[in-house]
Write a protein that binds this ligand. Structure first.
Ligand code: ADP
Ligand code: MG
Length: 354
């Protein structure tokens, strides 16, 4: 018996199309734009006194959405007209890519090094092979996995400066593990550049990546409350964090997966085995100033698992929340320093192990 989320995805895409038709909408102190990009729902809210009726707030929201829409082809590897597609099919030749693409690849290499390759952007062949979230999703043979793994390794990426990149040993890039984080940081940069007078705040939700920038006008202290999803019901929360000028990023096994013979195969792969990481975790959330870093780290920490992940966070001072398959919630020391964490999972059978 196999299930996957394809039907859901179609409905989601349809809904998104309807939402796009409605464009930017607002009332009171919020003007928001909802759209579908990078294979997920996104919403960018511009907040502040009178934002709902403000043309300037509406312009800003549209501009921020456009920044994401411009990034989509720059970070895509499936669009045949994209730089990544060209690079992945260049058979080892040097390619010149756009500035955004180069910057994202450079970030990906940095975080691959930092995490000892638990995050690795050269996983494209594996992602294709498993086809999670496509109609071709299946469990590949060991032979196929070994072949796909032969090109995996961030040391196969040569960054030559001036936008020039070369991929060695058949490596192919997949920036799916940091794309939304990179886009969230770019939304922040575009907001900072445009809104110099600091009139508006921004709450950007790019799938599981949330960026909360500026003061929340509706709360004392100006914090934004961001939920950490219940892996069994992602419309509900197991915890919240109150943050300001930070990104909150979650990666889990519950959004993109298929099931076969009672086993779940999800979209976060262990580069050491070529299989979906079986680390005993359901999700990892990272709270960080850099959304790109947080995005790379949630993927990497999910691969590392609780014990290694907690150690990694202590060494690198990372604020992270781990939710385990045996219904425990752990937070690192930095969580308390960076934000206010509230545990809500008791009624759902979870324990806050701290
Ligand atoms: P989401 O796409 O839900 O935000 P992640 O940020 O965890 O989740 O990224 C998962 C995506 O990253 C996968 O769909 C795949 O494209 C890619 N990926 C999977 N495993 C790894 C890994 N170990 N390192 C880097 N990228 C990965
Ligand atoms: Mg990620």
């Amino acid at each position: 018996m196999r299930e996957n989320g394809i039907a859901m995805k179609r409905i989601a895409a349809l809904l998104a199309a309807l939402l796009c038709l409605s464009g930017c909408s607002g009332s009171g102190n919020v003007c928001s734009t909802d759209f579908f990009a990078m294979d997920t729902f996104m919403s960018i809210a511009v907040c502040g006194e009178g934002a709902g009726d403000s043309e300037a707030a509406q312009e800003l929201a549209t501009e921020l959405e456009q920044r994401v829409n411009v990034l989509e082809p720059a970070l895509s590897r499936t669009r045949e007209d994209s730089d990544l597609y060209r690079l992945n099919h260049a058979e080892g030749a040097v390619c010149t890519v756009a500035e955004d693409t180069y910057a994202a690849i450079a970030d990906a290499v940095e975080y691959a090094k930092l995490t000892g390759g638990a995050f690795d952007p050269t996983m494209a062949a594996l992602t294709d092979l498993w086809g999670i979230n496509t109609e071709d999703a299946r469990v590949p043979s060991q032979n196929e996995i070994e072949q796909a793994l032969s090109g995996v390794g961030y040391e196969n990426i040569e960054l030559l400066g001036d936008g020039r990149v070369r991929l060695l040993n058949g490596a192919q890039l997949d920036l799916g593990g940091i794309g939304k984080g990179f886009a969230t940081d770019e939304v922040k940069a575009a907001w900072e550049q445009r809104d110099r007078s600091g009139t508006w705040s921004v709450l950007a939700r790019l799938g599981g990546n949330v960026g909360a920038f500026g003061e929340n006008p509706d709360r004392d202290g100006g914090n934004w409350v961001v939920g950490i999803a219940d892996p069994d019901n992602s419309a509900d929360y197991l915890a919240t964090v109150a943050v300001k000028d930070l990104s909150v990023v979650t990666s889990g096994d519950y959004e993109r997966y298929f099931e076969q013979d009672g086993k779940r195969y999800h979209h976060i792969f262990d580069p050491a085995t070529g299989y979906p990481a079986e680390s005993g975790l359901r999700s990892v959330t990272v709270i960080d100033e850099s959304s790109t870093r947080a995005d790379a780290l949630t993927t990497a920490l999910f691969v590392m698992g609780l014990e290694e992940g907690m150690m990694f966070c202590a060494e690198n001072q990372i604020a992270a929340v781990f939710i385990t398959a045996d219904r425990q919630v752990y937070t690192t020391q930095q969580v308390g320093e960076l934000c206010t964490f509230s545990f809500l999972g008791e009624e759902k059978g979870y324990t806050y192990a701290q």
